[in-house]
Design a protein around this ligand. Sequence first.
Ligand SMILES: *Cc1c(COP(=O)(O)O)cnc(C)c1O
Length: 403
Amino acid sequence: MADLPDDLSPDTLAVHAGRGDLRTLGVHAPPLDLSTTYPFDDLDGAVASLDAMMEGRGPTAGGPVYSRLHSPTIARFEDGLAAMEGTEASVAFASGMAAITAAVLAARQASGGTHVVGVKPIYGTTDKLLSSGMLGLDVTWTDARGVADALREDTCLVCVETPVNPTLDLVDLEDVVRQAASGARGESARGPVPVMCDSTFATPVLQQPAAHGVALVVHSGTKFIGGHGDVLAGVVACSETWAGALREVRILTGANLHPLAAYLLHRGLPTLPVRMRRAEETATTLAARLHAHEAVSHVYHPSIPGRDPLGLVGTQMSGPGAMLSFELAGGFEAADQLMRALRVITPAVSLGSTDTLIQHPAGLTQRVASGEAGAITPGLLRLAVGLEDADDLWRDLLRGIEG
Ligand SMILES: *Cc1c(COP(=O)(O)O)cnc(C)c1O
């Protein structure tokens, strides 16, 4: 089949990307290939293909050989996601944490340096992973303005996340990329220090970090990209050079996605733009109503006046997103009462599913994060808005707020 035209909008790419081989296969829907091994007739061809894959490239005419090296079902999802991110490639992993681990290992392997600069706040488990010493790394934590000063000769990676959890603060990625490439330490013989951005809360629908100079765009595919609460997955979108390094990490560490998970992720891509924009619209409505309610002391959503001081909605992000947090004036007791009164919204961690989830950051997701509590007060609740009717969700919240 002919290649797609190169002037397609993201919504069209979401529907068509990663499906280039279907016409040749004579099918309309992507097939699900669960093979763990692939027969070969020609030993030389299989060896040549194996060599190519061990070096991080795709299989040659000798075929995929073994599914830890390559899976056609996973490759289709990777092509689709890369098209949406505007990157040359993407590499999928068994979970978001596996993707983040692989990105860090690839950066370390590429430069030989073992120092990482981490911009806080960051996802609690990423914080713990980098701080633990488990990957043999030394980490310097800083805020988004302190990146240049935190660089060292042996810095191999800058890790940042935007929007941030649970305050939905937005980080200026171009500024972080500029800092990572600044000064004598940022411009070593290896070139500028690469930046990894966790873009899970935004998805490629709302922001494309690679367009701002980010080398490694990571997602927990478990969230909006999976979109239905039934897949654990991760993915890194990047250049073909980085993808080669990441595939090597994946082959050696074995943190592969299951093909069924990749099939489900790819099945969800065509509706990802529609789902994101619908959930975002509902989140914006709920944020405004919560902001106007006297029992609510703070609302954290970039649509609320003052919550986007750098003006990044409209430039870096196409909209404010589908996640919001709010603080009840009545503190922990009010938050606890609200969660117990809900009949539509489900109290649960995670986000990005079809249904709306609520959780209590002080008690759950931020427990593992080191450092000061900041905005994470006992009365804070985080809402991961789904696809229900906005008025139904509002009535459910009112049941909880007003008792
Ligand atoms: C969930 C999440 C992760 C981890 O992803 P898993 O798929 O659970 O491993 C990383 N970053 C962010 C922002 C997340 O929300």
